[in-house]
Each structure stands twice: as C-alpha cells, then as structure tokens.
Design a protein around this ligand. Structure first.
Ligand code: GTP
Ligand code: SPV
Ligand code: MN
Length: 600
C-alpha cells in the first residue's frame, strides 16, 4: 500500500527533500487521508498568489478593496468553528498523570486509533499541502522545525504570514521535526479534535478550519509541544508578549507579559507612549505579541525570542485610538477572519473600529447587516487579523535577532474587576512563580464557554501547557538556579471597575506609566511599600502628568482589600488542592505566607 502511494506522490509532486524520515512520514499520511494530489509549499510569492486566486475562485477567501487594503482578504470560518475549543483539546502522553488535572487526556494508542478512523479518506477529492516551517529565526539557536500537512489553503496562507516557511526551511529538517496533520474533514463539532502527542512530537487536528485550532505552529507547537521541549532542555515556552521600552537616554529595556487570551498582550506589545512621554524621547518597540521562548544567555540573563513572524490579533476594539500600530499593521497583506464586510467600500469593519458603523455590511456569517436592524454584532467577538510583523510601524530592530533580547521584567496580569491592584511586585523569584501560578481572569471570547466567568489561568498557560501544571511550576522554580541574573516578576491589572462597571484605569498608552515604574524597580531607581501581597508603588511614584487620573483614584487602584484577599487566598487553596502532591512545596509555603500575613 505504502509503495503505491509513494509512487503516486512522486508522479505528480516535486518533492523538496530527499530526507527519508520526512518522505516516509508523508507517505503514511497520504495513505491514510488519500488526497487527490500533494503539493509542497515552497513559500514563493508566485505559488502563494496562485493559492490566493484559487481560494477566491472557490469562495474560501474574498479579495478586499485592493486600493485601500492591498493584498488583503476576508475569510469566514464555519459559524460553529470560531474559537479555540478547549474541551476538545487533548494532551496524549502514556501516563495520565503527566498531562495533569488541567488537560484533557486520552491514551495515545486509543487516540491514534480514534483519529485514524476520522482521517481515513478525509482528503479524497482534495489537495494535501506540505508546509515545512520553522518557529524562530531559521538556523538560530532557538529554532525548531516542523511540517504541517493540511488540506486548507487558508491554513497555508496564514502559516505563510505567521511562520518562516517553505524551501528555506527544508535543509534544516532532520528526524526530530514536529509532525503535524490537519484535515478540515466535515467540520463536525462533535468530532473536532486538537491533539498533541508530546512524547512523539506529533500534532493532529481535525474537523476545524479556524485559526488557533489549525495554524499548528502557534499554540499546538510553540506552546503545547514546546513547553515539553523546554522542560527537557531547560528553557521556557510562554504565552507572552515581548516589548522594548526606550528611555530618553536611548537605553532599551525589555519586558515580557503573560496575560490570558484577549486580555491585552497585542495592545501592550504595540504601545505608543502618551504624548508627554513621546516629547521626552520615549519609544516602544514590539518584539512579539503572543508567544515568547526564553533561554538563559551566557551572561546569566534571560533572553527572549518571538518564534512567530506575524500577528493573529483580536480585531474588535482595535482602532486608531486604542491601537493605531495594530491597525496600521493590518492595512496590507492581511487575512481577516470573521470580521464584517463593509459594503460601502469593500473593506472590513468590526465593533469599535469607527464610532459609526457602516450602513450596509455583511456580518461575520455573510448575512446583510446594518446598525438599525442589527440583532447581533457585525464582527464575531473573536474575529481576528493575520498580519505580517514587518508591517508593524513599531516593530523592533531586534525582531530578527537570532539571540533574542534580554528580559528585565516578567509581567503577569489578567482581568479582575476588584481584587488585583493596578500593579504589584513579587518579593522574589519564588514568590513571583506563586503570583503567576494563581493568576485569575474573567473568560473572554477567545475560547468557547461563558464570557465573564472568573477562572484561574496560571501564567496565562491553562489552555497551552503541554504537561502537568504542577511539574510546570516546578520547572519555573528550577529555572531560578540557572538564571544568575533573573528578571523581576510583577502583576498588573488594567481592568478594575467602579460600581457602574466602568474601567477605572484608562489603560492602553497610559499603561506605560505603570511599565515605567516596573522598570525603575528592576534597576533600583524607585522605592515601594511592602504589603501582604508584595511591593506596591507609593502613590506619588507613578507619573500622572497629562492623564486624567487623580492621586485619590490612583490610591484606590493601588489599594489592597484584606477581606477580598482573604477570600482570594481561600480560592487559591481550593484551586491548589487539585494538584495533590505535584504541587511544589515552595508554592504551598508561599500560600501559607500570604495567609499568615493576611491574618495579622
Ligand atoms: P490573544 O491574541 O487572544 O492571546 O489576546 P491578547 O492578549 O493579545 O489580547 P488583545 O491585546 O488583543 O486584547 C483584547 C481586548 O483587550 C480588546 O478588547 C482590548 O480593547 C482590550 N484591552 C487591551 N488593553 C487594554 C487596556 O489597557 N485597558 C482596557 N480596558 N482594555 C484593554
Ligand atoms: C489565544 O486565544 O490566545 C490566541 C488566538 O492567541 S488562538 O491562536 O486562536 O489561540
Ligand atoms: Mn494568545
């Protein structure tokens, strides 16, 4: 059987490699899925352009106004397939306890058997595309290589924006490449699976055609598989933005930030300093908006790269005021997924893009939409843009630096209406790991489920950690010994609300005021007051020049409500209970310390 398929493949296909491990594996997947043809993606503009035309001809993509949005396209995914599906995402390792209580698990053999049935013949009448790709700069010390086999042109074109891919990657493929198979199949939500096999370096997703489920380089590889590799090899794969902040002296200092999905990473990563800061010479540089791979450098500092090459960003809420850099990034070479089509000029629209919606539009499902008759949003709340990083006006000159950038601070954060103050600093690395491990946030539209519900999302990695969360925390704790000069760890919350439910802190650009304090703390340039939960700013130490926030309001944002925190400590204890003896002793002690300080 295999031989037949190999012969067929060779008959119509220009293989890009003679690597037998690669070819054998592809033969097996071809034999299983039975596509009509196999096409290797070389990444050339000519080939990608041909695929764009094909996708437009079949209606898979729609070509937007090319004068206003050159190289931009709209794609609508199936209405039942618009976000990551955590309930159908699995970590399949031999022992269930290695996946831990926060991951879905199934025995690998059982899962392979189940999936093989679903994949069998799933590409009949279709084309299989072979995408060789690299996460990080090709040939760099951070780089990891993979192949995604897919029957979706949308996936090919998105991967071309999000990763370094095509012929340039092929020479680097050895037998350790990450093996990925994606089939759209019939998009049945009941048979949708996003599966990682970390012991085999295999990723399989089926019955979805939506972004995060099927662009396997992103969450499947760069987080779920890579977190396992990082644990084995002594580094960290994290759900983090990377931001460079240039002060008036011209020094650039770098921070990473881990916020749960749709909680502000892209926005902070592309921050434009408030006017007064700009006048004084401050600049910000975006290195990454979603994923950071962190390694210890020869100098004992932690160095970060963004393994991606583009942004898969949340569209709604993005506008010329909230995030002009993100908006500018989407003005060419961008694929929009599930936004509205503005029929007035054949461009795109989403909630809050402009104060006045277009009178004539198609909503994210392709139905006529106008503001007067609307029964729902024009764009899906989790609609996204896939845009090349090189479009970003503030992209860092270090973006392609194979060694990454040195990190001064790690910032955790989430959406908390009440408990968490605007910012606080952990007492030390161990306490910082504790702070990350108990992060909580209100759920957003980035995943299926109830929006607004508060849940614990440790290090913003709950849906992305590819092994037992307790082991992951231990890995974080162990990293301290390897980092002679570790970053300081902080927590922020831009989302405290008043009694009417309005955000108190203006956020966005103004967040630089908080980041400035964070950096000053890292370089011993400012004091702080010690509280039960960590170090908080003295109210006079956050710059409020040019922002409509008074000291009293700031003081309230920086308050620690002991009753709320006692309740918080109780919830943390309940949350920790599920990890049993995998909960590192160090974190148990940190919790006891917090409880004791709150009792005094
Ligand atoms: P993923 O791509 O899902 O990982 O999300 P992300 O963390 O990059 O989220 P993003 O920056 O796209 O933020 C999404 C939502 O957070 C949007 O609705 C923003 O308007 C809102 N947001 C971001 N920053 C702020 C802020 O400082 N204050 C307030 N109030 N909202 C913010
Ligand atoms: C997230 O949900 O955190 C994202 C989007 O960044 S997705 O790629 O769909 O996971
Ligand atoms: Mn994300």
């Amino acid at each position: 059987m295999l031989k037949v398929w190999a012969a067929r493949r060779r008959a119509f296909n220009m293989e890009l490699t003679k690597n037998q491990a690669v070819l054998d594996w592809i033969d097996q997947q071809v034999a299983l899925t039975k596509p009509d043809q196999v096409i290797w993606i070389d990444g050339s503009e000519a080939q990608l352009e041909q695929l764009r035309q094909e996708a437009c001809a079949t209606g898979e993509m729609y070509k937007l106004n090319q004068e206003k949005l050159p190289g931009c396209y709209l794609h609508r995914s199936d209405p039942t397939d618009v976000a990551r599906v955590e309930s159908r995402t699995f970590i399949c390792c031999k022992k269930q306890e290695d996946a831990g209580p926060t991951n879905n698990w199934m025995d690998p053999q059982e899962m392979y058997a189940k999936l093989h049935k679903l994949y069998d013949g799933s590409m009949k009448g279709r084309t299989m595309y072979v995408i060789p790709y690299c996460m990080s700069v090709v040939g760099s010390p951070f780089a990891k290589y993979g192949i995604e086999l897919t029957d979706s042109i949308y996936v090919v074109l998105n991967m071309a924006i999000m990763t370094r891919m095509g012929a340039e990657v092929v020479p680097y493929l050895d037998e350790n490449f990450i093996k990925g198979l994606h089939a759209r199949a019939n998009l049945d939500p009941e048979e949708r699976y996003i599966v990682q096999f970390p012991e085999d370096n295999v990723i399989m997703s089926i019955n979805s055609g939506y972004g995060g489920n099927v662009l396997q380089g992103k969450k499947c590889f760069a987080l779920r598989i890579a977190s396992n590799l990082g644990r084995q090899e002594g580094w960290l794969a994290e759900h983090m933005l990377i931001l460079g902040i240039q002060n008036p002296q011209g020094e650039v200092r770098y921070v990473t930030g881990a916020f749960p999905s749709a909680c502000g990473k892209t926005n902070l990563a592309m921050l434009i300093p408030p006017e007064g800061y700009q006048k004084n010479g401050w600049k910000c540089w975006c290195v990454g908006d979603d994923i950071a791979w962190l390694r210890v450098g020869a100098d004992g500092r932690l160095w970060a790269v963004n393994p991606e090459k583009g942004f898969f960003g949340v569209a709604p809420g993005t506008n010329a005021k909230s995030n002009p850099n993100a908006l500018a990034t989407t003005h060419q070479g961008t694929i929009f997924t599930n936004v509205a089509l503005n029929l007035e000029d054949d461009t795109v629209w989403w909630e809050k893009l402009t104060p006045n919606p277009p009178q004539h539009a198609l909503d994210w499902k392709g139905n006529p939409w106008s503001p007067d008759t609307a029964t729902g949003p024009a764009a899906h709340p989790n609609s996204r843009f896939t845009a090349p990083a090189e479009n970003c006006p503030c992209i860092s000159p270090e973006f392609n630096n194979p060694n990454g950038v040195p990190i001064s601070a790690i910032i955790f954060g989430g959406r908390r209406a009440k408990t968490a103050p605007l910012v606080y600093q952990s007492r030390d690395w161990q306490h910082g790991v504790f702070v990350g491990s108990v992060m909580a946030s209100e759920k957003t539209a980035a995943a299926e489920g109830t929006v607004g519900e508060t849940r614990r999302d440790p290090m913003a990695m709950l849906p992305f950690c590819g092994y037992h969360m307790g082991d992951y925390w231990q890995h974080w704790l162990d990293m301290e010994k390897a980092i002679a000069n570790p970053p300081k760890i902080f927590n922020v919350n831009w989302f405290r609300t008043d009694d009417q439910g309005n955000f108190i802190w203006p956020g966005f650009s103004e967040n630089l005021r908080v980041v400035e304090w964070i950096l000053k703390r890292c370089f011993d340039e400012v004091g702080a007051r010690e509280t039960e939960i960590g170090y908080l700013p003295n109210v006079e130490d956050i710059n409020l020049d040019g922002v409509d926030v008074d000291r009293e309001t700031l003081a309230s944002l920086l308050s620690v409500d002991r009753d709320l925190w006692r309740e918080e400590a109780k919830q943390i204890r309940a949350f920790y209970a599920q990890f049993g003896d995998k909960l590192p002793q160090t974190l148990e002690k940190e919790l006891e310390g917090l409880e004791a300080r709150l009792q005094d």
